[in-house]
Design a protein around this ligand. Structure first.
Ligand SMILES: [Zn+2]
Length: 219
């Protein structure tokens, strides 16, 4: 999701910061969550302050599935020099290395490989919604496939919400139907959503066909 900041927002943001030398931490002075992360609201939506700091400083949005990591390990710090873009998997490894496993003591699973939290769970569900496979999600977030499956089907982390997958309905498909689906999509006869509805399968199944991951055709 893109966060658009006006000049006013940016000024309001820096007013809440105790600026310091470049090599020192810059403390967030306004509201913080239980883990010490600063919070900043833009147009009625609340964002983590260090993420806003990164966006202001870099001029870039944060890609889906990426996190902003603190080199200083101070969650309330918003010094851009201490912030960097990383993958969820790398951040989790860093956190484990820094012995902060209780970073988010939320209910859920800890499979010993990577730590999940509400944010990551929502991102994983988003990835699935956008047609990523369990394997791809597993690799991106550095969690095991059964964990991914439990997250996507809402067998775990039920309290979080987000996109809910239903167990594979690919038995409703066959090569002939896959060909029809490709034809209809390529000729702009039906959208992915319409195709999913028409053939009573998940959007992710349609994506899998269109990207030639299942019922492969020589292209
Ligand atoms: Zn810092």
């Amino acid at each position: 999701m893109n966060i658009i900041l006006s000049g006013k927002d940016i000024k309001r943001f820096w007013d809440k910061v105790e600026k310091n030398d470049k090599d020192k931490c810059w403390e967030w002075l306004a509201s913080k969550d239980k883990d010490g992360y600063g919070y900043f609201s833009v147009k009625g939506k609340t964002y983590k302050a260090h993420r806003i700091s990164y966006i202001i400083n870099s001029g870039n949005q944060i890609p889906i599935g990426m996190v902003i990591m603190h080199s200083c390990d101070t969650t309330s710090c918003i010094n851009p020099e201490h912030l960097s873009l990383g993958t969820v998997a790398k951040n989790n490894r860093d956190i484990i290395l820094k012995n902060r496993q209780n970073w988010n003591p939320a209910i859920g699973t800890n499979n010993g490989k990577s730590i999940l939290n509400e944010y990551i769970v929502l991102e994983m569900r988003n990835f699935y919604k956008n047609g990523k496979t369990f394997k791809e999600i597993s690799e991106h977030f550095d969690v095991k496939i059964p964990t991914v499956r439990a997250v996507i089907y809402h067998h775990s982390w039920r309290h979080v919400g987000g996109y809910k997958g239903v167990a594979s309905q690919t038995h409703k498909l066959n090569m002939n139907i896959a060909k029809k689906i490709r034809h209809q999509y390529q000729n702009k006869i039906s959208t992915i959503k319409e195709l999913a509805k028409k053939y009573k399968v998940n959007v992710s199944n349609i994506y899998a066909i269109l990207s030639n991951r299942i019922y492969k055709e020589k292209l």
